[in-house]
Design a protein around this ligand. Structure first.
Ligand code: AMP
Ligand code: MG
Length: 417
């Protein structure tokens, strides 16, 4: 792979600054501001299409050749010239098969054997299905197909030479590899994968699997998996104690090795909230008080030119904030453009009296065409994340939701999961 540098300059330190007087920010405003603060930072490289699944196009791609390159048969049968075909026709020697064109010309009054995928011979324009033919002593009879060109795939019907296939920013999927191959493309210019550093902070945290007192680090395995699902390469920064020196050293490592950083814990304004404290004193931070549940403050900051997504320590809140805020931001930085999850309006299978003022995301799943929600809204209930297959998104306004009322459902697949 050939590689080029990134788009150059890093992001400005004040890119997340909130206008004066802004307090609790509604989710949509926060998303708008995030969207307008960030830009593409991922560099570009050339990649063989065999390794391109999941990669993001750095530039648009046009067809190098037409597909199909020449008209060919859509069925097994006989090729002939439709205009003035007076049956029976005389069946000529030879045949056209895929990869083995018929060398001669089919004259008016003649037909030749043809197999699916074979190039239509000169002089022919229509194919009759073999099941519709009666062959007798060198002649062939059949009911005339209604249309000239029946059972023929015209040259370029799928793609014309030079036709634009994909825009820059498109994420390459398996089907796209067929599209690219069929139009003669073996290499594409893609964005380098965004490198994302993931750090858990908290004196109480222990490695998953460790015994003794402490809280196993639930966030880092989850966030590493999310970052990978979002198409990023991960720099695992481990667990940092609630100590300015340790957190600073990890931040510096992230600034050297990554394009963005996701941290959990310590994002609030308490004495031991070192993520926001450090960003406040030595970096730049905007403590975005986003009106979202589950959430609490989200610290968005810059550390030596690298954006820091300081998520709440609570795993449920960290998961929801990663989906709602971090995913579209990383996608934008990675060159895929801002990604809004596809949402579906579904009848509720639950009842809820919602207070006004905050956007709420409930752990949910679809059963029998209705959205059911996890029995507990407790933000400590990690089990509810596993139980769920998506989120129900309730707007800021107060609402009395009853079974059958329409609600907005975001399946996890809408977040690329
Ligand atoms: P904090 O945001 O640091 O105030 O943490 C909020 C809550 O989340 C506390 O109960 C923490 O113990 C818990 N917590 C923080 N980080 C993690 C983590 N990586 N895994 C599991 N729980 C965590
Ligand atoms: Mg903490």
């Amino acid at each position: 792979m050939t590689e080029s540098a990134g788009d150059g300059a890093r992001l400005p330190d004040d890119c997340f600054a909130l206008p004066p007087g802004v307090d609790w920010t509604p989710v949509d405003q926060a998303l708008d501001r995030l969207r307008s603060s960030l830009r593409v930072v991922a560099g570009t490289e050339t990649c063989p299409i065999t390794e391109a699944t999941g990669r993001i196009l750095a530039e648009h791609v046009s067809a190098r050749r037409a597909n199909p390159p020449a008209a060919n048969a859509a069925v097994d049968g006989y090729a002939f010239c439709w205009e003035g075909a007076a049956r029976p026709l005389s069946l000529i020697e030879g045949r056209a098969a895929a990869g083995h064109p018929f060398a001669g010309r089919v004259r008016p009054g003649q037909a030749v054997r043809i197999l699916t995928g074979a190039q239509i011979p000169d002089g022919a324009d229509t194919v009759v299905l073999q099941e519709d033919c009666r062959i007798d002593a060198g002649t062939i009879d059949f009911p005339l197909p209604k249309k000239q060109g029946a059972n023929v795939r015209p040259a370029g019907e799928d793609a014309q030479t030079g036709e634009k296939l994909f825009d820059a920013g498109h994420r390459i999927g398996a089907a796209d590899l067929a599209r690219l191959s069929s139009t003669g493309i073996s290499e594409i210019r893609v964005r380098r994968a965004l490198r994302v550093a993931v750090l858990s902070t908290g004196d109480e945290l222990i490695a998953p699997g460790a015994d003794g007192p402490g809280i196993p680090d639930a966030n880092r395995p989850m966030l590493i998996a999310l970052a990978r699902a979002f198409g990023c390469e991960v720099v695992d920064l481990g667990i940092a104690q609630d100590d300015a020196g340790t957190v600073r050293a990890r931040f510096d490592q992230a600034a050297r090795e990554a394009d963005a950083m996701i941290t959990t814990g310590g994002a609030s304004t308490g004495d031991e909230d070192h993520v926001s404290h450090l960003l406040n004193t030595e970096g730049t931070v905007t403590d975005w008080r986003i009106a979202v549940k589950p959430g609490r403050p989200l610290a968005l900051g810059m550390w030596r030119g690298v954006p820091v997504f300081g998520l709440p320590g609570n795993p449920v809140a960290a998961f929801v904030c990663a989906l709602i805020f971090v995913r579209p931001a990383l996608a934008l930085m990675a060159g895929a453009g801002w990604l809004a999850p596809q949402r579906f309006t579904i009848p509720a299978a639950f009842e809820k009296s919602k207070k006004p003022g905050r956007r709420e995301y409930l752990r949910a799943r679809l059963r029998d065409g209705r959205a059911e929600v996890f029995a507990s809204e407790g933000s400590g209930r990690i089990g509810g994340l596993s139980w769920a297959e998506g989120l129900v998104d309730l707007p800021e306004a107060a609402a009395e939701i009853r079974p059958g009322d329409p609600v907005s459902y975001l399946p996890f697949s809408s977040f690329g999961l």
